[in-house]
Design a protein around this ligand. Sequence first.
Ligand code: B4P
Length: 198
Amino acid sequence: YKLKVDKMTNIVLFGPPGAGKGTQATILKDTYELKHISTGDVFRYNIKNQTELGMMAKSFMDKGQLVPDEVTIDMLRAEVKKNIDGKGFIFDGFPRTVAQAEALEELLKTEGTEVSAMIALEVEDDLLVQRLLERGKTSGRPDDANEAVIRERIKVYYEETAILKQFYLKENKYYGINGVGSIEEITQRLKEVIDEIQ
Ligand code: B4P
């Protein structure tokens, strides 16, 4: 291991689409001086700039499906390597599959560090749909625009992503918090967990 071991704080923010991951990560990155990596944001940036990666990702995202692991992992690896000298990371929207979780573990290990905690925001499905439809009125995001696509995203979450709870539970790194309440209340709940594990 390099000297970095145990010095970084690497948080995986977890939860279904619309749980508040992006919202909270944007706040917490400043509080703890962590690099915020949102795979969704990186894809949307690539779509806006009409890169090859963006065009490919768009075809999956618009349908509410996951972008294939291989490209997502390559992209994440590049983002991590660019920022490995900082205090740590907030991963928002990654990992979303077992293959992604394994790749993250491997990648961080190579860098002499590891995931500190996975913190899950727990929110019931109907409220997720309501929040995403609300955002869809102004976000211009095609994946927020109609209820069928939103329900598909939630379905994919239960089929492919929810299992990751077991992955991190086994390592004693899983923390679940209530994701219903005001944005400030939820930030407070997250801070309690992060302060405890630091
Ligand atoms: P993401 O960009 O990760 O989008 P998301 O799951 O909808 O979460 P987001 O962070 O944006 O929403 P938030 O909960 O903060 O993914 C989009 C797509 O990209 C995926 O479907 C997939 O196709 C692709 N993708 C991304 N990562 C991938 C990966 N690793 N592998 C494969 N594919 C990948 O907020 C939602 C709304 O709720 C907001 O409007 C917010 O204002 C509101 N809200 C938040 N907190 C609230 C609160 N406490 N009360 C009321 N409203 C609240």
